[in-house]
Design a protein around this ligand. Sequence first.
Ligand code: ATP
Ligand code: MG
Length: 487
Amino acid sequence: MPLKINPIKLIEHGVVAEIRQDVVHVTGLTNCMNGQLVNIGVSAQGVIVGFDPDYVLVLVVREGAPIKPGDAVITTIDQFRVPVGERFIGRRLNALAEPADNGGPIREDGANPIFGAAPGVLERVPLAQVLETGTKIIDMTLPIGMGQRMLIIGDRTTGKTTVGVDAIMNQKGKDVVCIYCCIGKAEAALAKVTESFDKGRVWDYGMIVAATASDPMGQQYLAPYVACSLGEYFMYTKGRDVLVVFDDFTKHAWAYRQISLLLERAPGRDAYPGDIFYIHSQLVERAGKLNAARGGGSMTHLPIVETLQGDVAGYIPSNIISMTDGQVYMNSLLFGEGFKPAIDMGLSVSRIGSKVQWKAMKKLSGMLKLEYVRYKELEKLTRIKAGVSGEVERRLNRGKVLEEVLKQDANEPVAMEDEVMILYALERGLLDKADPPQVRGILAEFIRRVRTRHPTLPAELSQKKELTEPIKEALNNELAGLSHTAV
Ligand SMILES: Nc1ncnc2c1ncn2[C@@H]1O[C@H](COP(=O)(O)OP(=O)(O)OP(=O)(O)O)[C@@H](O)[C@H]1O
Ligand SMILES: [Mg+2]
């Protein structure tokens, strides 16, 4: 029989010296390391976040019984790990990956370090596959690749969460594991997302990791790391595709600032600690697409950042813009005008470009952005002048029609096949004579016709990703049929 040796576990004992809100000073720990989990007193837990010549700084992440000076602190020399596994899908979790719903305990498949390392350069491959977000403007003009980090940025209530949640809802049946990570938002905002999860039956393939504004500061700080760890299980161990929405990084920066001030770290710009850039880049670096040898999985990050009066040059926004592969800019003026989703195409960019797009989409959407931006300029110019010439009138009307094509309701993601069909119809002149208010109806009728009369066409389009002759012919037939009946 092989000899069985228990691995040696080094256990250390320390003592609580001082308590400052969420931060505890502990003396007597000589062999600990940053990011390590410690047990404090009867039932509290904390993470080591810093060192001083005389004591160790511990951030409380679980408030059990009240902590008093003199309480014992026990550590085991190991990284802070959270349980991960298949059965976390369908659950609402707190920032320590523990169930926060009524579903009972979760049997884990393993444990991942929360401060996991990012995939190395040699383990990565260029992004090649598109993540279908179901938001028309994004899929058409700002394609997101699987493994990309795309920032969603904008003022308060401009529809940021909606874009993120729609992207999650649109992954239904696409074999992508989705994680919505709530950081420091109100319970009510989280309840709305949960509702969308119910409505879209997202629980079959998604989970929520939440630290709301009422949770301890330590949990708000940890939530995004834990969301990454849970995602990494699927990316590394299962070779699957993962999508994580972080809502939002502004609150995460606030939580970290507050913690740092308690730690008496020197405040830097806007009172944020000097390593705030590192904190966020360390998180988004964990996204990526792995090579075949590593299983071929991917993790896409959609961090959300809230701006103040559209100020993208603020410290936190400009930091995060510089570490992501593009941004979706939500404009409060557009939102006010009723253009929803209020994505400002002039200020949004995807640095992955159209490489990952479907061939059909790339071809059809080429001029879209330019045409729209030109229309907005023309609209601005003609706002002051009354009475415009016939040609300008025609161009304005076409712009308005285009606007109608791009609008969509919240929580109703559009399938990529439908988006391609819509653009094809637009190119073939289906909407040339339409009034803007009719656009929605005409397009819905067109899609309905195609889907009922050619039930296999959408799947074929989705598989081929380009407009083959038979597909074009079928679409042309329906377009012709429609222009006889409707317009
Ligand atoms: N495309 C849309 N069509 C209609 N209504 C929308 C659309 N997108 C968002 N809304 C509505 O606008 C409101 C704000 O949306 P949302 O909560 O997504 O914004 P937010 O930017 O995340 O807000 P917050 O700053 O509070 O987090 C919600 O009531 C939502 O239902
Ligand atoms: Mg929101």
